[in-house]
Design a protein around this ligand. Structure first.
Ligand code: ATP
Length: 262
């Protein structure tokens, strides 16, 4: 158990190159238990690459990811849930042939005693495990206001509801660190609820939030890290970031983006 205020995750001097392109250059950040850290920056700044390194999808040329004081060495995405780290995907990644409830149960991660495939069909879990997990999955759907949709297939549901299902699947794993990849995209009416939810998560886990929606970032984050062309150009509280001229300048170069003081 990591206590509030302790570094849960440290990203130390990460550099990632794709051919001649430097996607991340000497990136450092740390995430304390019980905090929400925002990672923002214009398109192509390196936010997704940073998540991909933390998750083990991309190997850095140099630098390291330290989890609970231990460097993650050759870790792979499938090991993450066992470590207590869960990521939501921009593309949602729900299983079309499984109900909402089954999709959420498939996220049980380190609490499932078996691998993903047996877990999907329920093999290898006792009836007791199965019913405990189903109860937890239903409770999580209830917290997100969609318990009544447990038996539906995700494909027939609106995008905003599918996003909640994907979030429920991440939360049912009870991670210590949740990597949230653009949770607000495609949501318009539900931003207040989303910010309330993210703030409530801090009681149980740390959150790293990649998000273009600046109102949400500024409302929910304890600290914000700003990437531009793969480098950290600013880090601080939301108020410090909003007042930082380097940040405004980075966004002004990209009129399609929403600047932090918008
Ligand atoms: N697999 C890859 N191969 C080559 N270049 C890549 C690869 N992944 C990312 N890049 C490049 O690395 C840079 C950083 O991309 P990344 O997707 O991390 O940025 P981002 O901040 O997440 O952008 P966005 O906000 O548009 O999602 C970009 O120039 C991108 O084109």
């Amino acid at each position: 158990m990591t206590l509030p205020g302790e570094d849960l995750l440290v990203v130390d001097g990460l550099t990632v190159r794709f051919g001649g392109l430097t996607a991340l250059h000497d990136v450092r950040l740390s995430v304390d238990a019980g905090t929400v850290v925002g990672v923002i920056g214009p398109n192509g700044a390196g936010k997704t690459t940073l998540f991909n390194v933390i998750c083990g999808f991309v190997r850095p040329q140099s630098g390291r990811v330290v989890w609970r004081g231990e460097p993650l060495v050759r870790h792979r995405p499938e090991h993450l849930a066992g470590l207590g780290i869960v990521r939501t995907l921009q593309g949602l990644g729900l299983f079309a042939g499984l109900t909402v409830l089954e999709n959420v149960m498939a996220g049980a991660g380190r609490h499932a005693r078996t691998g993903v495939l047996p877990a999907l069909v329920g093999a290898g879990r006792s009836a007791r495990d199965e019913s405990d997990l189903a109860a937890r999955a239903r409770a999580t759907l209830g917290e997100l206001g969609i318990a009544d949709l447990a038996d539906r297939l995700p494909g027939v549901l609106p995008y905003g509801v599918r996003k909640r299902v994907a979030l429920a699947r991440a939360l049912v794993a009870e991670p210590d660190l949740l990597l949230l990849d653009e949770p607000a995209s495609g949501l318009f009416a539900e931003l207040v609820e989303l910010s309330t939810l993210i703030l409530s998560l801090r009681r149980h886990m740390a959150v790293v939030l990649v998000e273009h929606h600046m109102d949400l970032v500024m409302q929910v984050c304890d600290r914000v890290v700003v990437l531009n062309f793969g480098e950290v150009i600013a880090a601080g509280t939301p108020a410090e970031i909003q007042a930082d001229p380097r940040v405004a300048e980075a966004y002004l170069g990209d009129p399609a983006e929403e600047a932090p003081d918008a």
